[in-house]
Design a protein around this ligand. Structure first.
Ligand SMILES: Nc1ncnc2c1ncn2[C@@H]1O[C@H](COP(=O)(O)OP(=O)(O)OP(=O)(O)O)[C@@H](O)[C@H]1O
Ligand SMILES: [Mg+2]
Length: 265
């Protein structure tokens, strides 16, 4: 199953990715985290890795070389990708979590991030998962990735909603964009919630907009502190709260079936 985690900048996407991946691992899933955010580079801290993986962009010859191939139907030569095919420098592994990164913008004037979008889309499309393998994608903030078609092989989109009107309205847009990309399920998870009253207001607003909420993570200073200090994120209350979210994802995610399988070389 392939799940992408989206939402407004700073809403808590990377935090939710970490909580979900840890919970999936604890349930016996072979868990792959895909860092598809071309701006932020600190996700690896949240899992306790001591460095970031070498981006897959390097594996395919770098951004310049990929840019030249972008108008070809495919940029990856492999017809299909299995976890075992990815070389270790590009896929870190620790405590049952694997992590790859697509690519980062590192230099001024290096051009747009379109090649990252193309690589994300094709990597996710060609990635074959066996039973009990799950992929969780940490998306860049906003909605540009929908324009680039990154979600075309994703089974479900999880939108992180923090308590703000911008975050709510973006969740509604994402819900529509995901449906337009053929994604079978879109859910929302509330994050940084401070009270039951706030949670119920957010649920009401989202339900009015047709967005389904499958859980809530409270505002917890330990999360902020761990992120601030670059420490791995461990269980705590949020670790309990995420269980309900993963339960819904696992029971409701519809497989993209044939659409998920690469057909040609
Ligand atoms: N439930 C929470 N309680 C307290 N702080 C939180 C919670 N969730 C996230 N944060 C804090 O909010 C900030 C943003 O979180 P995070 O990096 O996960 O967001 P993001 O959506 O991935 O951001 P970006 O759009 O920059 O990638 C971090 O400082 C993080 O520690
Ligand atoms: Mg992030």
């Amino acid at each position: 199953m392939k799940i992408s985690v989206c939402g407004k900048g700073g809403s808590g996407k990377s935090t939710i990715v970490t909580l979900l991946a840890n919970e999936a691992r604890d349930r016996g899933f072979q868990t792959l985290v895909v860092d598809s955010d071309e701006s932020n580079s600190g996700l690896y801290h949240m899992f306790g890795f001591d460095r970031a993986p070498v981006p897959l962009m390097e594996l395919v010859g770098g951004k310049k070389s990929l840019k030249q191939k972008m108008n070809q139907p495919q940029v990856l030569t492999q017809a299909e990708i299995w976890l075992r095919d990815i070389p270790p420098e590009y896929m870190l592994e620790k405590d049952g979590i694997r992590m790859v990164a697509i690519g980062k913008i590192l230099q001024s004037l290096e051009g747009c991030a379109c090649p990252m979008g193309v690589l994300s889309r094709e990597f996710l499309k060609k990635l074959h998962l066996k039973d009990k393998e799950i992929t969780i994608v940490d998306m860049e903030a906003g909605v540009e990735h929908f324009g680039r078609g990154v979600e075309t092989s994703i089974d479900g989109v999880l939108v992180v909603v923090e308590p703000s009107l911008e975050s709510i309205t973006l969740a509604e847009r994402i819900d529509r964009l995901a449906a337009g990309s053929g994604v079978g399920n879109t859910w929302a998870v509330l994050n940084k919630v401070n009270s039951a009253g706030m949670a119920s207001k957010l649920r009401q607003e989202l339900s009015r907009r047709g967005v389904r909420v499958i859980g809530a993570i409270h505002n917890q200073p330990e999360i902020f502190e761990a992120c601030f200090e670059g420490r791995p994120l461990h269980g705590g209350k949020a670790g309990q709260e995420i269980k309900e979210v993963l339960d819904s994802l696992l029971s409701e995610a519809k497989s993209r079936g044939e659409g998920n399988r690469p057909k040609t070389i």
